[in-house]
Design a protein around this ligand. Sequence first.
Ligand SMILES: Cc1ncc(COP(=O)(O)O)c(C=O)c1O
Length: 466
Amino acid sequence: MSVSSSASPGGLPAVAVANLLAAERQRFLELHPRSVSLAGAAREHWLGGVPLHWMQDWGTPEALHVRSARGAWLEDVDGHRYADFCLGDTGAMFGHSPPPVAAALQAQVVDGLTTMLPTAAAPAVGSLLAARFGLPWWQVTMTASDANRCVLRWARAITGRRRVLVFDHCYHGQVEEAMVRLEPDGTVRNRPGLVGQAADLALHSTCIPFNDLAALAAALATGEFACVLAEPVMTNCGMVLPDPGFHDALRELTRRHGTLLAIDETHTLSSGLGGYTRVHGLQPDFLVVGKAVAGGFPCAVYGFTEAVRHGIEQVQQHKAPGHSGMGTTLSANPLALAALHATLAEVMTPAAYLHMERLAVRLADGFVELIADRRLPWHVSRVGMRVEVGFQPRPPRNGAESESGHPALLGDALRLYLLNRGVLVTPFHLMMLTSPATEVAQVERLLALWREAVLLLQVGAGEMPP
Ligand SMILES: Cc1ncc(COP(=O)(O)O)c(C=O)c1O
């Protein structure tokens, strides 16, 4: 359910939102001449003017070009400094270039970048992964997308089943199996917007609403599913928290029906030490972590239980000789192992999480105060250090409800208002992360700017502040 409509996105007048967005786009162009000029030059050879098309998704008239990023600060090519709450959309969740990671990379960089052989760090990294996340067996990939693809292949090979179950509106990276969508009439189809699909993805995948235990039980009872792939909290359609008891039921039902459970912690690593799995005592068969797991260096890992390892061994013994279809050349390179080691041992610490969570709590409390003061039909969600405002009064229970609570133009107007005043939040749902390097003053500045923007929009609607 959403109170947002085109007439009043997030309970704010559409005209005021459109005016603010137009004014902030103009202001961006005036404030960022060097970014604008680089963007013009970049359009000669980069598709869409940027090396990765998502870099155009910030709602800025031209892409902001970065000079440097350190800790919780980012500086652009025009010399503006930003308090960074986007943090590379989670890749830099532990701050930009955490000093132990930078030092480990600097030491390794002169001793080989890629060798297709383990370095001396390998045993220690394996032990740290097992200790942090509670699963005994591990493999490294370059990205979380890769890790999820490997997990799904192993799950199919072990169970001898083809189908995969995901939750509607999920995102697990460039993973075809997860790119299905539940239509209002109950059918499952390829997600709208996908390009280049050769296959009807619904042949091998299905999706059901998050928190819908009846649908979960009915799907798993067919005995067709190799694996359920789930984020423990949905984070890619806005934030959707699990109902109390949801994860217990998910585990019990998957076990009962012989389906393997893969928990994707790529974003929920924000929950606390060891991710949501450790904090809430989940018992997945597979666990995936990417993005920030090596301090922002490209790397991801997947872990699994002893029972899964045994299943993998059986598959390997009985399969035909030849390439398994898993593995990429640069995975587990010496730099990735060095960055993983430094992150797990020195960056992802209890003290770091304590600081991040303390600031995230302040951030969430600040939004609760703002919502109450300005009588906004919004709510706040938080998973550890990850904070989001949903532009609807009640927290959503599934992906479809959540996505309807994120009006695009309001998001763009607010993000641009903050950016033009030295604060970055994500292009995706205005998500905000606090890092071990984030400062209290940065949090207070963010909250003050949100309040300012809301007042402007309400005044624009003729609603004078008290
Ligand atoms: C939950 C989840 N899993 C996997 C991925 C894919 O990560 P990557 O883009 O690094 O492959 C993402 C990316 O946002 C994600 O949110």
